[in-house]
Design a protein around this ligand. Structure first.
Ligand SMILES: *Cc1c(COP(=O)(O)O)cnc(C)c1O
Length: 367
């Protein structure tokens, strides 16, 4: 007999998905600094605005399905052919397509943890299982432990450098050693979303290793340094055979006309992008220095954000800054990530962090 109230069944692993918590948005009418989503605080470049106005005239048409011009420009920029570029609606969407092109039920995906919260969700949606390897006390990937976590079930390893949300970056030397340690049948995805902000020596250069390592995939995005988070454009670089698979698994017309036009305009205005990145780096180093002077111990910030290892007090800290007009991103029970924003926002955040540190010091003295 048929059940009385038949209903559509969701896949159990979809029903049990952790939800992605977006950075908080400001309440209308209050002066608020949004330091919760690692965005660039500058308004869009003038050249991007002009390109969007032009592109708007063609909105009744589908975009170029293959994003020919964008993939050619990106391929040339990274010294690889256009046939090694997969573009998509943000690099998180590209990652989803990459995983769904290789993962089958029961496959394992090794990642550092804590790392980008979109990863476990993407892995589960792809039907695979996340194997999380704790970052070390400095918030760095534990690469030997990650290599040791690879089994016959492992299809993919995800590396995030600089790591969101803890901040440290891998070096090219570490990356080379890791690629040498992992079987060539295991895909290694290197997410370089924040690569433009790295100032530590020997930065990773994923694209330079594509020739040597046919299992390497590099993810890049226009959401951070290029300041186009709202338009959703990201891409993967990989060998031709893998790229063909990623493209086959991708949503058709995944990058829209506006996103394509804006990305091309931003690439043409690279000098201005670099100048802005330099300002963000200066602010980041100022914020990190001031926090350390206040007594905070923070991992080496190589992105456009800093990490406060607040443990159980993470949420209370975020409540404290929110009540005073600064939105930060709390990971309950773990820590708080604070994006580098405009100098006034950073100053306000620093004064709130200073108050907190002073209060904690007094509490410790009394204890
Ligand atoms: C912000 C971010 C991205 C970018 O995602 P988009 O979908 O391109 O906006 C990718 N990876 C990490 C680790 C990030 O923090």
């Amino acid at each position: 007999m048929a059940p009385k109230n038949p209903s559509v069944r969701l896949r159990p692993d979809i029903e049990s998905l952790p939800t992605y918590v977006p950075g908080e948005r400001p309440t209308v009418g209050m002066q608020v600094y949004k330091l919760s989503s690692n965005e660039i605080a500058f308004p869009p470049l003038v050249a991007v605005g002009a390109a969007l106005v032009d592109a708007g005239a063609d909105l009744n048409r589908y975009p170029d399905m293959y994003a020919t011009e964008l993939t050619e420009v990106l391929g040339a920029r990274h010294g690889v052919g256009a046939e090694r570029v997969t573009v998509g609606n943000g690099s998180v969407a590209v990652l989803q397509h990459v995983l769904s092109a290789v993962c089958e039920p029961g496959d394992e995906v090794v990642m550092a943890w804590r790392s980008f919260e979109a990863y476990p969700i993407a892995v589960q949606v792809a039907g695979a299982r996340a194997v999380m390897v704790p970052v070390d006390a400095e918030g760095r990937h534990d690469l030997p432990a990650m290599a040791a976590a690879v089994t016959e079930r492992t299809r993919v390893v995800l590396l995030c450098s600089p790591n969101n949300p803890t901040g440290p970056a891998l070096t090219q030397t570490e990356l080379r050693a890791f690629l040498a340690a992992v079987p060539a049948s295991v895909m290694v995805v290197l997410d370089e979303a924040y690569i433009d902000f790295v100032t530590a020596p020997d930065p990773t250069d994923g694209p330079a290793l594509l020739g040597e390592h046919k299992n390497l995939v590099v993810l890049r995005t226009f959401s951070k340094a290029y300041g186009l988070a709202g338009l959703r454009v990201g891409y993967a670089l990989a060998r031709r055979r893998l790229t063909a698979g990623f493209r086959a698994a991708s949503t058709p017309f995944g990058v829209n006309i506006m996103g394509m036009a804006a990305a091309l305009a931003a690439l043409q205005a690279e000098d201005q992008v670099r100048a802005r990145v330099a300002e963000v780096i200066t602010e980041r180093d100022r914020v990190a220095g001031a926090l350390r002077e206040q007594g905070w111990t923070i991992p080496d910030p190589q992105g456009n954000f800093v990490w406060l290892d607040l443990g159980r007090r993470a949420t209370a800290f975020a409540d404290h800054t929110r009540s005073r007009g600064v939105l930060v991103r709390a990971f309950a029970g773990d820590g708080v990530r604070v994006s580098v924003g405009e100098p006034e926002g950073n100053d306000l955040f620093l004064s709130l962090a200073g108050e907190w540190a002073a209060r904690s010091a007094r509490t410790l003295e009394r204890a």
